[in-house]
Design a protein around this ligand. Sequence first.
Ligand SMILES: NC(=O)c1ccc[n+]([C@@H]2O[C@H](COP(=O)([O-])OP(=O)(O)OC[C@H]3O[C@@H](n4cnc5c(N)ncnc54)[C@H](O)[C@@H]3O)[C@@H](O)[C@H]2O)c1
Length: 329
Amino acid sequence: MKEFKGKVVFIAGGGSGAGLGQAELFGSLGSRVVIADIRKDHLADAVRKLSAKGIDVLPIQLDLTDRKAYAVAADLVEIKFGTPPELVILTAGVNTFGPAEATTFEDFDWVMGVCLGGVINGLVTFVPRMIKAGIRGHIAAVSSMGAFMGGPGCAPYSAAKAAVNNLMESYYQSLKDYGIGVTVQCPGNINSNIWDAVATRPAHLQNTGYNVSDKTKAVLKSIHSEGINPVELAMQLKIAIENEQFLTIPMDNPEQMLRSLYETYINYSTPEGMKRIAEAQKAQQEMARKMAEENADKAPVGFESYEGTGYGKARGDIDWLPEGKKFRG
Ligand SMILES: NC(=O)c1ccc[n+]([C@@H]2O[C@H](COP(=O)([O-])OP(=O)(O)OC[C@H]3O[C@@H](n4cnc5c(N)ncnc54)[C@H](O)[C@@H]3O)[C@@H](O)[C@H]2O)c1
């Protein structure tokens, strides 16, 4: 897909962060943009910001885990524009952090329901409509670097994003026959509002094993304020769409990163490789210990500076976890 002017672009999670950046970029290129989001306030803010830049969008309030509501949203798009979207971008996602072993069913159901279930619902809703209408367009999803590795502090998120990559690869291979391109974008850190994702957590999925508080949200907010600008991220996605590129990773040397990650995987597969991993970990721990010793008189940096906020820790009342894994604040 190389031409965006006049094209109908549906953005799931278009009310904030990466999705809002996409709305701004494709809107400025003359696309007819639909932003779907669960948060009314995000939609209202987005409409205000975009119209101040001369961009008109169709906002739709949608919980993308609700399949019936998704179909209604897709109908609305067709009624308004006379066609299903030519570009679908499945961007919405949520995250929360804590030890894998403290994860509850509700943590899994919420994070995987939005991050993976939301993408599945987008594909199953739009793909048949696009094929039926003979659209030779594109479908993209925003995944994460977390897709390439398990994370001890974000098990549901890493699992969901790994599945999204695999899922999108299946669709990439299948949809070629119809002239529909597929791209998955795997960012590192984005300057967005994902630190506030818990605000959208449904009432029936509130039970979490993690420590979530205003302090932990403040930590996340400061981490994300260092992330990539959403419009810049959208530019990189647009280039990948134009090039019919399946995977796009917004970093300087993605090939090197992928090679080293797959090297770890190769190591996982043999006893010798596991020894190499153990040696590398030992060396890393030794380096960290030395650095901590040398900087003992200075203020803590990196993750150590979050001690005291409970970020990435389990809920304090879980009685079967060691004290070091829990936050008693
Ligand atoms: N922020 C990061 O550092 C980062 C890094 C890698 C990948 N990502 C991914 O980027 C994507 C966009 O996130 P962001 O960082 O821009 O966050 P964001 O919170 O700013 O934007 C996400 C939007 O999705 C919406 N949303 C959440 N649940 C929804 C639901 N059930 N139905 C409909 N909309 C829903 C939110 O209301 C929000 O407006 C996500 O998939 C996220 O996992 C983020």
